[in-house]
Design a protein around this ligand. Structure first.
Ligand SMILES: [Zn+2]
Length: 247
């Protein structure tokens, strides 16, 4: 009898857990909220979470599943076992995250670019510890081949709407895929299309997912314009009409 009772309690606990991780994105990236957000502190010890004191530790379960996939892919690109480093996600209930225009509905986060030296930044730091763009150049610690592989995965194998990066990062990714003779491939073209230039991304990239199909109150952003954007660095292709600044 006691055993049955325990099983019943376990089932109830499971239902509660399932409910608690069924996070839902509500509204728009820059004017939304998050229902039942999932906490990374509790659920994702495999990531290296930065800015812990800000308590922007929450996302939908869809985003969390994506982070698990990113972790697997990064492990596959690496022989050292690099941890993925995440800055801000969303607040417990989403909404305004000071210092960001977006990050409001649990389907966006900031990630440190993959590095050559694999150095982990301090979780107690109050701001990014490393810039990967100096003047008009990438720093030697920016691991261009692995970042390109990661961006290709993000753009094609998960429901990515946009990846925001610094203009120098985009330019160097364009040059790299051109030099490898792969720029015309469909997966590379889609990656370049979703790699959007935005200020304040010398230290990290920002990943934005599409609204999950089940989150019916989530307001989608229109798709980025067609084209790889590699020929337009003189005028920096920024989507002025519907720009949702992100950092
Ligand atoms: Zn961001």
């Amino acid at each position: 009898m006691k055993k049955v009772k325990l099983s019943l309690l376990s089932m109830i606990a499971l239902i509660l857990v399932n409910n608690s991780i069924a996070g839902e994105a509500v509204g728009y990236y820059s004017s939304g909220s998050l229902k039942d957000g999932l906490s990374y502190e509790r659920e994702a010890p495999f990531i290296h979470k930065l800015f812990k004191a800000r308590n922007r530790l929450y996302s939908t379960d869809d985003f969390f599943e994506v982070v698990k996939l990113i972790d697997q892919v990064v492990q596959g690109l690496d022989t050292v076992g690099e941890k993925i480093q995440i800055g801000d996600l969303s607040n417990l209930k989403g909404g305004k995250a000071t210092g960001h225009a977006s990050h409001q509905n649990g389907i966006e986060a900031d990630f440190v670019y993959l590095t050559v030296n694999r150095r982990l930044q301090s979780p107690s730091a109050t701001y990014w510890e490393e810039e990967f763009v100096s003047g008009n150049k990438l720093s030697p610690n920016f691991d261009l081949p692995r970042n390109v592989q990661l961006f290709e995965f993000l753009a094609n194998d998960i429901p990515t709407s946009r990846i925001f990066v610094d203009a120098v990062v985009k330019r160097e990714v364009c040059h790299y895929v051109e030099s490898k003779g792969i720029k015309g491939q469909a997966r590379i073209q889609n990656m370049l299309r979703r790699l959007r230039i935005e200020d304040l991304h010398k230290t990290h990239y920002h990943l934005r997912l599409f609204c999950p199909a089940s989150d019916t109150s989530c307001k989608p952003q229109s798709e980025p314009p067609m084209g790889d954007g590699c020929d337009a660095f003189s005028q920096l292709v920024i989507e002025k009409s519907e720009r949702v600044p992100s950092c």
